[in-house]
Design a protein around this ligand. Structure first.
Ligand code: NAD
Ligand code: IPM
Ligand code: MN
Length: 357
């Protein structure tokens, strides 16, 4: 099995966690002689602005389009954050998501029992937390028309039925493989776009009579995520709500540094990135938690390369590393990025029992 993976390290801790994920993928290939991964690295975000004046250079995009999958670190940072700047690192990431057509952003959230004590919530609320966010990724306020004058600004939020249908179908199809429950999150008491979401999702639900659907307003959802997180299975929502709620959900898991994501369109190619940002406060110090990026590499193997066994192997190794307490400081440990990565690699291939079960 041969695959080309485009690697976009980006800014801040992006290169540190991306290096960790690539090392794990190389180790997977080494341990199983049947896989041949080739990695092509390209700039994006602030690094690309510095190198060529634009956040998504044509060469980077071309490499991503021709790759089997894209692995990305993070973009952005104080150097490029002037509110009056004409070009921003984040524009590169948004343009890439749009160009690849990856409208469905999967963000799984699980709570490892060993980390439950790190959460600000009572331990007993965290038992059996296992949810999957489906965040719409290429529409809404992120991509609507923008205006700005000296004393006025606007961001248009617009959704079409087709955009809602395709991500909703994906949510129901994924729920079928899980606990068959979908929570759709909106602000239908105020927003017209939310009312279109609500009726469209309800219509799509009829194609999946074995899956239960509930609607939840986003403000109360922000509270419910903390008070009864184990009640949720698949959560589908628009772009901006999904961005905010998933960072909140990361607090349940113990750290923003733990959560992976897969962004998928209609084909097999996908974009894989941890949900965290460039973490300028800890960049360059070896303190970054690489597990979100490493788990994103596992999602890459599962969704783009159909290597389910190898994906589960990485996830199993990550679980064991957490159990053994090899943790970066964000999780209360004193291991560095390289030590956590090495511990994951060490445990690859030891999970046969679980995979076979
Ligand atoms: P952030 O996610 O970078 O950091 C928030 C907090 O979480 C910080 O205290 C940071 O140290 C910590 N953190 C994040 N990832 C961590 C990890 N892997 N290990 C340990 N600690 C970690 O969010 P921010 O500070 O609001 O944003 C910084 C920059 O990142 C901004 O420019 C923003 O636009 C960008 N950003 C990029 C992405 C992306 O590229 N996908 C995502 C979010 C934010
Ligand atoms: C994320 C990030 C991005 C987003 C930013 C950097 C554009 O916060 O991937 O969650 O808002 O989508
Ligand atoms: Mn975000």
């Amino acid at each position: 099995m041969k695959a080309t993976i485009a690697v976009l390290p980006g800014d801040g801790i992006g290169p540190e966690v991306t290096r960790a994920a690539v090392e794990v993928l190389r180790a997977v290939a080494r341990k199983d002689g049947g896989y041949q991964f080739s990695f092509v690295e390209h700039p994006i975000g602030g690094a690309a602005i510095d190198a060529c004046g634009e956040p998504l250079p044509a060469q980077t995009l071309a490499a991503c389009r021709s790759a089997d999958a894209v692995l990305l670190g993070a973009v952005g940072g104080p150097k490029w954050s002037d509110p009056d700047a004409k070009v921003r690192p984040e524009q590169g990431l948004l343009a890439l998501r749009a160009a690849l057509g990856v409208y469905a952003n999967l963000r799984p959230v699980r709570v490892h029992p060993r980390l439950a004590s790190l959460s600000p919530l009572k331990n007993d609320k965290l038992h059996h937390v296992d949810m999957l966010f489906l965040r719409e990724l290429t529409g809404g306020a992120y991509f609507g028309a923008k205006t700005r004058s000296a004393d006025d600004a606007s961001d248009e939020c617009r959704y079409s039925v087709a955009e809602i249908e395709r991500v909703a179908r994906r949510a129901f199809a994924l729920a079928r493989l899980r606990r068959k429950h979908v929570t759709h999150v909106d602000k239908a008491n105020v927003l017209e776009t939310s009312r279109l979401w609500r009726s469209t999702v309800a219509r799509v639900a009829q194609e999946f009579p074995d899956v239960t659907l509930e609607h939840q307003l986003v403000d109360s959802m922000a509270m419910l995520l903390l008070t009864r997180p184990s009640a949720y299975d698949v959560i589908v929502t628009e772009n901006l709500f999904g961005d905010i709620l998933t960072d909140e959900a990361a607090a349940l898991a113990g750290s923003l540094g733990l959560l992976p994501s897969a962004s998928l369109g209609d084909g097999k190619a996908g974009l894989y990135e941890p949900i965290h940002g460039s973490a300028p406060d800890i960049a360059g110090q070896g303190l970054a938690n690489p597990l979100g990026a490493i788990l994103s590499a596992a999602l890459l193997l599962r969704h783009s390369l159909e290597l389910e066994y190898a994906a589960t192997d990485i996830e199993y190794a990550v679980d064991r590393v957490i159990e053994r307490g090899v943790l970066t400081p964000d999780l209360g440990g004193d291991a560095n990025t390289a030590e956590v990565t090495a511990a994951v690699i060490d445990l690859l291939g030891t999970g046969e029992c679980r995979v076979a079960a």
